[in-house]
Design a protein around this ligand. Structure first.
Ligand code: MN
Length: 247
């Protein structure tokens, strides 16, 4: 199986549709989206929050999962929205407020539908994906080589939040270590979570969060071809949200 892995969408539904069209997916006579070359889409998490149409993205990805044309692994924003839908006491900030506003504007029937779809997606999802005979790893914020195959608490924190130190930068952003630079493994690791202007390769890792919701682009990585395809964002550019790395 060949895969098209899609970076952090954050409610940018129009860009998602543009990218999927660009990748060559289309609907068959039964209205089911698929690819004539038998490819699958892979979503690496953070489907919602900050952007304009988070719940439309949820419905769309849910349909693809039901039709088995996509795989999904959650991000930190997915984890928090899941806890919100479970009625837990979560802080409605860092972008969750846009999704909650969309949710509250729905009828109670529509609320039940979208919440149960999303909960099912997250409950059935793996913390990270091991594909292509374990040669392709997809993890929201990345993963250390020695963590591959493990699922304990430290692995979960790393996969959802990255290699955080617990400290914060003066602008409030958590300090994240550059784990990808140290990665010497053979397996391909595709991740997102940290917005970069261009897809960032380091060893056999690639960060494909090109900050669509901050006015960058939405990027897909084609495996095994190793090619990236990006579509431009319709959102205003928020320059300070993009990270730069020393390679
Ligand atoms: Mn994230």
């Amino acid at each position: 199986m060949n895969y098209d892995v899609i970076g952090d969408i954050h409610g940018c539904y129009d860009e998602l549709i543009n990218l999927i069209n660009e990748l060559g997916y289309s609907r068959d006579q039964n209205g089911i989206l698929n690819h004539q070359d038998n490819r699958k889409l892979v979503f690496l998490g953070d489907l919602t929050d900050r952007g304009p149409e988070s719940l439309k993205v949820v419905h769309f990805v849910y349909e693809l999962l039901e039709n088995e044309v996509a795989l999904y692994t959650p991000g930190n924003h997915c984890d928090k929205l899941y806890r919100y839908f479970c009625g837990r006491d979560v802080q409605i900030r860092h972008g969750l407020e846009t999704t909650v506003d969309e949710f509250k504007a729905l009828s109670s029937n529509e609320q039940v539908t979208v919440a149960s779809k999303f909960k099912k997606m997250v409950e059935e999802a793996a913390l990270y994906l091991q594909l292509a005979d374990n040669q392709l790893i997809i993890a929201h914020a990345g993963i250390r080589e020695e963590f591959i195959g493990q699922r304990h608490k430290a692995v979960r924190t790393f996969v959802l939040y990255g290699d955080i130190t617990g400290e914060r930068h003066p602008n409030g952003m958590p300090v994240r270590r550059d784990w990808a630079k140290e990665y010497t493994g053979e397996r391909t690791i595709i991740y997102g979570h940290t917005p970069v202007k261009e897809p960032r390769k380091a060893g056999s890792t690639i960060n494909i969060d090109t900050g669509c919701v901050f006015g960058g682009s939405l990027t897909a990585y084609r495996y095994p071809e190793g090619q990236t395809i990006s579509v431009p964002s319709s959102m205003p550019l928020v320059e300070e949200k993009f990270h730069t790395f020393e390679d």
